[in-house]
Design a protein around this ligand. Sequence first.
Ligand SMILES: C[S@@+](CC[C@H](N)C(=O)[O-])C[C@H]1O[C@@H](n2cnc3c(N)ncnc32)[C@H](O)[C@@H]1O
Length: 287
Amino acid sequence: MTTPKDETFNGLSAKEWTILGKNVWNDLSSPRQSHHLLHGATFPAALAERALSLYSKQGDIVFDPFAGIGTTIIAAAKLDRVGVGIELQEQFCTLASSLIDKEKTDLFSSKQSSRHEVICDDCRALDKYLYSNSVQLTLSAPPYPKVDIRPPKVQGPGRPRKNDLAEEMLERVPAHSLRQDDFGNFGYQMYLEELKLVFKKVLNVTREGGYSVWVVRDQRDTYNGAQYIPVHADIINLGVSAGWRHHDLIIWDQNDQRRLVLLGYPNVFYTNLNCSYLVVFRKPKDK
Ligand SMILES: C[S@@+](CC[C@H](N)C(=O)[O-])C[C@H]1O[C@@H](n2cnc3c(N)ncnc32)[C@H](O)[C@@H]1O
């Protein structure tokens, strides 16, 4: 028995639903444009478009509290959802607004009336901008947490050794602002506590049965024995303790987009952390 497309909650047919059912995404290498390089930690447009297609339908409100240059909101404009983002850094808000405007001028005029914006603020103030029980989907990637405590830099001649794990891992961490309210500057415990506050507020603005999808990557504490920090598992636990139901886990395989580096050779073997996770939560009926 099949259900007509327009009667499914996300507008997908049974065939589309099945094809999109893979829990490892390894086909998301959408080309990076110059504006992606200006930010350094964006996710691909294809990832945002797929997540929006799975967990929302036309006309729904989609939210991104760590909006960066607006990849989620641009996908919302393209797929005819309402899109609201919050971003701390003014230069990213400005860039997001011009990219959104460009996307909207490329679209049919019928789609240009709905709201698509990135507000410049701290996302912990999100309840100022959204009504309770209004959002269908939150899609967001928070900054990488600061899990390492770096020793003072010793000046010396020469480049770091190529097999030095700490230096290799640091090369992959994108720069963030020096602001105290930037989540990228919080120690790990504070990061989780403040994120829990955001999760509670997002739960309140999400409608019953709505979704919240968090794109995160695990880390190594490179200055403390390279201990593995299972960020995605910590996010699952904090989401559940904030009142969400853990709904799904998708692996975003990035092996094709990242250069393999030699880690720990020849003494300790480490894998390259070449995947991210999409942690999917759902708002339970009684919240
Ligand atoms: C990983 S980036 C998100 C990139 C985004 N997904 C995109 O594709 O453009 C995380 C963003 O969170 C922002 N951020 C950090 N702390 C914030 C806060 N307190 N409130 C809002 N945004 C914040 C950073 O400036 C950064 O742009």
